[in-house]
Design a binder for this molecule. Sequence first.
Ligand code: CAA
Length: 248
Amino acid sequence: MEKAGLRLEVDGAVATVTLDRPERRNAMTFDTWRGLAAIGRTLPADVRVVVLRGAGPSFSAGIDLGMFSGGGEGFADGADAEGTDRFIAELQEGYTWLRRPDIVTVAAVHGHAIGAGFQLALACDIRVAADDAKFCMKEPALGLVPDLTGTKPLVEIVGIGRALELCLTARTVLAEEAARLGLAEIVVPRDGLDGAVRDLVAALLAVNPGAAVATKRLLWEAADNTLEEQCAAERREQIGRLREMFGR
Ligand code: CAA
């Protein structure tokens, strides 16, 4: 975890993952993304809420730019398309588990959330931002595309026009605009971030665990389902709930 620049604390039903390279503004390496994937794979079964936060002045400055020096040695160069596809898929696993229905994931964002850092916040279910938060999808400015699962939630949250404008200008979105665009559910003063996250976590844990899992599954399905499919999904989930609550 230390090599990955990550710290994991598990306290009963709550796991806190801290991006922990403050001297590099929590810049992330391949080890960071593999470490995140490992956390997802080994999370204790009784964890219900996962909080992601950054140590120091920023949530994350994105990919460690040091990895680009020396001509990008260590990167798959794309010549072997299948190998590169597998390589990126492995890194994406660091992000995809955050959408799992058995947990609710909360990004506590302060300072910069750039590139891979912005995408990490987008991979979480709920974003709580400090009023100094700054989001930027920097990848196109560096000649790359955002490939750590961020494009789908970005378009779903802000719409295609705004997503294009944000990505193709690589401009920075401040906390107030992030709240307006739906990129942050809650914005609080910087010194109130930890307290706001604590309150949110307490509220999430107060809800029936089975209902929370079923409802998250249902809500994530909604965007891709027709009304008919979604109505059927609601019935299916409710039957499960009723069986659990009243079944003999
Ligand atoms: N990679 C490596 N080191 C980084 C870093 C990064 N992404 N971001 C910051 N650092 C280092 C700085 O080099 C600096 O190191 P030294 O103390 O040795 O000089 C240290 O962290 C502190 O940085 P700053 O002095 O710049 O701190 P700041 O608070 O004034 O600024 C910042 C913070 C706005 C994040 C600025 O550091 C910055 O712009 N960083 C680069 C951001 C970036 O372009 N990230 C890549 C995004 S693209 C992506 O993530 C995905 C992809 O696939 C390409």
